[in-house]
Design a binder for this molecule. Structure first.
Ligand SMILES: C[C@](O)(CO)[C@H](O)COP(=O)(O)OP(=O)(O)OC[C@H]1O[C@@H](n2ccc(N)nc2=O)[C@H](O)[C@@H]1O
Ligand SMILES: Nc1ncnc2c1ncn2[C@@H]1O[C@H](COP(=O)(O)OP(=O)(O)OP(=O)(O)O)[C@@H](O)[C@H]1O
Length: 312
């Protein structure tokens, strides 16, 4: 098989690189009081799940972008696109004077609280690092990633990790086995800043933040115990997401009636994550949600999975 390493060892640069990066679900999300920079300190546990963004980066003199797949029409293709911002940030960081054509194939719901845009940014960093032969280590890529958005370093790292600071300081978590999810998608997304703002308007300004990730949740992950994990899921932003999208309450109730081990809004929402006992059970929850007609669509996925990596 011809690999990128093999090509570069014989002095051939690839013309095109394909990278896959996963979406995420927050297994727990504690939010502290907003700081002067407009960001909230977080203690969160991320899990990367098997819904993927694909980015194909091709040699070009300029930066251009094309977005395909479900929800592509909702994604900006101008300079605000996170993948283009990532490309320019890497060029600036490394001093590279090349462009690239980026083709994004969406697989993570847009504005769903599952960090699809962040996955595009992480995938672009990995793709261009390979295409341009800049060879940055993961740590250096992660520091470029953190400047683009709080969720971008996790999309690079993948697996399961505790995020602190803005959510961009990561500590890998020990996990046994796989967990199986049904994700209920809502047609209208929620804006992350709007959900945080609503949280500020309703949260007790003196509310406590934990020192670290929930011990019960971490123990459930180590034991690979889905029932225990289901009971430990939590999200401080859930109340705000429900205030802004009240229909989510019914979606969550249907998932619970279908026997989900735990049901939580993912990140800033509005995607609802329901944990199954098995892959089959996640499919059964998905079927119950579809039949009840309480969401736009449902997708099943498992986690943890690796972060952004070259696949072709
Ligand atoms: C809700 C989460 O998905 C949980 O993982 C993240 O906190 C959001 O991460 P993200 O979308 O990558 O966030 P960014 O693109 O960096 O920031 C978007 C906006 O979200 C808010 N934001 C984000 C992260 C954070 N720790 N505090 C915040 O208040 C800020 O209003 C910010 O302007
Ligand atoms: N490459 C991109 N893909 C998707 N959205 C993008 C991209 N670049 C910029 N955006 C903008 O970012 C917004 C949030 O998109 P995204 O799909 O990442 O939401 P999210 O999953 O709720 O994010 P997060 O969970 O990180 O808060 C979109 O509404 C869109 O306007």
């Amino acid at each position: 098989m011809t690999t990128l390493k093999h090509l570069s060892s014989v002095g051939v640069s690839p013309r095109s690189v394909l990278v896959r990066a996963p979406g995420k679900v927050n297994l727990s999300l504690h939010v502290g009081p907003v700081g002067e920079d407009g960001y909230h300190p977080l203690v969160t546990v991320f899990q990367a799940v098997s819904l993927y963004e694909e980015v194909v980066a091709t040699v070009s003199d300029t930066f251009t972008l094309e977005v395909l797949g479900p929800g592509a029409e909702l994604v900006p293709t101008d300079d605000t696109n996170l993948a283009l911002r990532a490309a320019r940030a890497l060029a600036e960081h490394t001093g590279v004077r090349q462009g690239a054509h980026l083709e994004i194939i969406k697989g993570v719901p847009v504005a769903g609280g599952m960090a699809g845009g962040s996955a595009d940014a992480a995938a672009t960093l990995v793709a261009l690092d390979a295409l341009w032969g800049t060879g940055l280590g993961r740590e250096e890529l992660s520091s470029v990633a953190a400047r683009l958005g709080a969720d971008v370093p996790f999309a690079l790292a993948g697996h399961t990790a505790v995020g602190t600071g803005r959510g961009d300081t990561l500590t890998p978590a020990m996990v046994h086995g796989q967990f199986h999810w049904a994700f209920a998608l809502r047609s209208a997304g929620l804006s992350t800043p709007a959900v945080f703002q609503h949280f500020d308007s309703v949260a007790d300004p003196g509310h406590d933040m934990p020192d670290g990730a929930d011990t019960e949740l971490m123990a459930a992950l180590r034991a690979g115990d889905a029932e225990r994990l289901g009971r430990a899921l939590s999200n401080d932003l859930e109340g705000s997401a429900l205030d802004l999208a009240p229909d989510l309450a019914e979606t969550m109730a249907v998932a619970r009636s279908a026997g989900a081990l735990g049901v939580v809004v993912s990140g800033s929402g509005p995607t609802v994550a329901a944990l199954g006992r098995s892959r089959q059970h996640a499919l059964a929850i998905a079927a119950a949600l579809t039949i009840a007609g309480v969401c736009e669509s449902v997708v099943c996925a498992s986690g943890p999975v690796p972060g952004a990596r070259v696949v072709g």
